[in-house]
Design a protein around this ligand. Structure first.
Ligand SMILES: *Cc1c(COP(=O)(O)O)cnc(C)c1O
Length: 373
């Protein structure tokens, strides 16, 4: 059933944009560096299954998510590509990962000890996470690393297949801390190779680092935000190193149109009053969808023109000031392009004083995702 028939509010996901963005990264990378498509948080709000499938068809060779649950969603959809879970997983859940051939991230010796007590029916693959300055998860010292690798040596059916780190400032103006982290990681890697002879995949880069330093990315790039066509930060965007296409757009249709008189109020708290006779349109989207109240005053597109959001945004409805009368059912574009006009996710993020990553994540499952391309 087409859910847009029930309520005409939908997000359109342009899968050809995903392909474009993967190819654009593929062109920058050396041949031996592979692309891991990061589809955590339901593919940054775009839909993890659809994005994962398209990413794998377009040149990505594996997938990464934050939670084991997210990996299981992909496996249940029949996706067989390698999947890495980048977050902490309760040790008791490791047998599920082993059974489903899902690679887990580890960085605690206690965790490893608990996992080794499980009755794993199949081999478990692990990537070791090093905290080189992000301060989130990962082991921080050589001693810790030595200890954990020593413990790993004695665990049958548990295999170390990768080692990685994550940068805190790869998207910043100043890259000195980034290089400091990279140097520390290289030092740790040299130490690791002194007492670990097995072959391990090495990966360090997210979108920002891969765009800026494609030659230095080792075996894999963990390609997230830029795969969705968004730049990791204004600083990276300004460098203009890669062509990206925004995959996400958000649309609705006018549910009601009326003319109000000068002095008439719109919405809760009467925060807006018409200055003269004005046309007001009502759109069926609100903060219950993640179209947050702070977007009051932002614009949407009708007939290719910007119309301001007036009055408080309600849970399910938003009012806009129109430049003239439009019929009920007229298309409204809240994010993305309409005719020659475009409202970028970056612009909405900047209006909300946040980063573009947060915008499609905020727009929740109440808004159906429709796939194009
Ligand atoms: C989310 C995440 C990424 C992807 O980062 P982008 O900036 O979206 O490319 C890569 N690595 C880790 C560990 C992550 O958590």
């Amino acid at each position: 059933m087409d859910r847009t028939i029930i309520r005409p509010t939908w997000a359109e996901i342009d899968l050809d944009a995903i392909t474009h963005n993967i190819k654009a990264m593929r062109q920058r990378l050396p041949k031996q560096t592979k692309i891991v498509a990061v589809v955590k948080a339901n593919g940054y709000g775009h839909g993890s299954i659809e994005v994962a499938k398209r990413a794998l068809e377009s040149g990505a060779t594996s997938l990464a998510v934050a939670l084991l649950e997210e990996a299981l969603v992909l496996r249940n959809a029949g996706i067989e590509a390698p999947i890495l879970v980048m977050g902490w997983v309760p040790p008791e859940a490791a047998s599920i990962a082993a059974k489903q051939n899902i690679t887990l991230t580890f960085f605690q010796k206690d965790w490893l000890d608990q996992v080794s007590k499980l009755d794993l029916s199949t081999n478990l693959q692990l990537h070791l996470k090093l905290d080189t300055g992000m301060g989130r998860i990962g082991i921080r010292s050589s001693e810790e690393m030595r200890e954990i690798l020593y413990a790993l040596n004695s665990k049958p059916s548990i295999y170390l297949t990768g080692v990685y780190t994550h940068f805190a400032t790869a998207d910043g103006q100043n890259l000195s801390y980034f290089h400091q982290q990279k140097t520390l990681f290289e030092k740790r890697l040299t130490e690791l190779r002194e007492y670990w002879s097995g072959e391990v995949a090495v990966h360090i880069g997210n979108s920002a680092s891969a765009i800026r330093l494609p030659e230095g990315m080792c075996d894999f790039v963990r390609y997230g935000i830029a795969m969705y066509g968004l730049f990791p930060s204004p600083a990276v965007k300004e460098e203009d190193e890669i062509s990206l296409k925004q995959a996400f757009s958000l649309h609705s249709r006018l549910a009601h149109v009326k003319q109000i008189d000068a002095g008439d109020a719109v919405s809760y708290g009467l925060t807006y009053r018409a200055e003269k006779k004005e046309w007001i349109g009502t759109i069926p989207i609100g903060y219950g969808d993640g179209w947050v109240r702070k977007l009051q005053g932002f614009s949407v597109l009708v007939d290719g023109k910007r119309m301001p959001i007036v009055g408080r945004i309600c849970m399910d409805q938003t009012m806009i000031r129109l430049d003239k009368e439009y019929p009920v059912g007229t298309k409204v574009t809240l994010l993305g392009s309409q005719n020659e006009s475009f409202i970028s996710i970056d612009e909405a993020a900047s209006y909300l004083d946040t980063i573009n990553y947060e915008i499609p994540c905020l727009l929740n499952e109440r808004i159906p995702r429709i796939y194009k391309g």
